[in-house]
Ligand binder design. Sequence first.
Ligand SMILES: Nc1ncnc2c1ncn2[C@@H]1O[C@H](COP(=O)(O)OP(=O)(O)OP(=O)(O)O)[C@@H](O)[C@H]1O
Ligand SMILES: CC(=O)N[C@H]1[C@@H]2OC[C@@H](O2)[C@@H](O)[C@@H]1O[C@H](C)C(=O)O
Length: 357
Amino acid sequence: MENYHVIGIMSGTSLDGVDLAYCRFTYNEGNWIYKILNTETVPYSDIWVQRLAGLTEVSAVEIIATDRAYGHYLGELVKAFVDRHQLQVDFVSSHGHTVFHQPQLHITFQVGSGAYLAAAAEAPTVCDFRTLDIALGGQGAPLVPIGDRLLFAEYDFCLNLGGISNISQEGQDRRLAFDISCCNMLLNPLAGQLGMPYDKNGDQARSGSFNQALFDRLNEPSYFSAPSPKSIGKEWADENSLRAIQESKAAVQDKLHTACHHMGYQIAQAVRQHADQQRGKLLLTGGGAFNSFLVEQIRHYLGPTFEVVVPEPELVNFKEALIFAFLGVLRWRQEPNCLQSVTGARHDNCGGAIYWN
Ligand SMILES: Nc1ncnc2c1ncn2[C@@H]1O[C@H](COP(=O)(O)OP(=O)(O)OP(=O)(O)O)[C@@H](O)[C@H]1O
Ligand SMILES: CC(=O)N[C@H]1[C@@H]2OC[C@@H](O2)[C@@H](O)[C@@H]1O[C@H](C)C(=O)O
């Protein structure tokens, strides 16, 4: 039996904060068992939100400086987390924050220098999980599916509702997974127009009405019917879904309402397109799982033969941090942590750079 104690760090596209999850992974006779032991979300200050969100518009020097400064910041968060809870840590495993993701140009880039993180945390650090997959011709995303396979095999589908929604499932002989559509990265700016950081429980969406023209426009992009491998970056979101929302004259509540219908519809399409049987058990995680209007739409479009399971809030909030911790364990063991069946890379690969402090 082998045990690993790892802190997984995730910063998602919603820019709501840094998720830290201290986890134990046990490998026993070919099976993995996980336990989440401590968690913390550190909300971003306005300064960090502006700095990270603005990185697509600044000089190369500023990008490099932010990569270092943000890596150092993550390391300080780790150090404080470890000291506060008196944790024994084998290593840290960090996703970083995605700035660019254009796999068609062979580009994916996350800031959060592993070297600076390791130095500030005073712990070995695994980072940069996506670049090798891109170099092997893959999308570099989504990477969570191997964790879904090895840690959540009791579910037929794993659906995450973060800034972008994505789904993962076991096909006949291989794991299938892809990004479905924009999710909170579309809803949060609309809530912002109503003076809220997000649409709590989907209350504003619920109060709106359905707008057929906007629904049709949101469903228009060819991305939705394209086969996987495929993944979405902010660049695609700006050009497509966010533009459709901006150009619509509908009331904000109607936009929220219609966007939730669009997401529920696309999620159901994604599930049905690949489901061998038109039934199954679906694990629902990510902050969007708290948006009850959105979840109702997902249930509605999926129909009653699919069981949608929303787990305890800790797993809803920290599943991605947990799985990035696990990808670090696989990297540490020099085992594959990126699936070519998901990303389209030339072969399964073992992504991630390790910095020993
Ligand atoms: N009670 C709630 N009601 C509605 N929405 C909520 C609620 N709580 C959280 N959210 C949404 O969840 C978002 C955070 O979700 P999460 O942390 O999973 O996203 P992320 O990590 O940025 O995404 P990604 O998976 O794309 O990397 C918030 O920005 C908000 O939109
Ligand atoms: C490039 C990038 O950061 N992609 C994220 C993003 O957020 C959701 C979706 O888009 C997914 O492709 C991915 O994250 C998850 C954690 C993944 O790689 O599985």
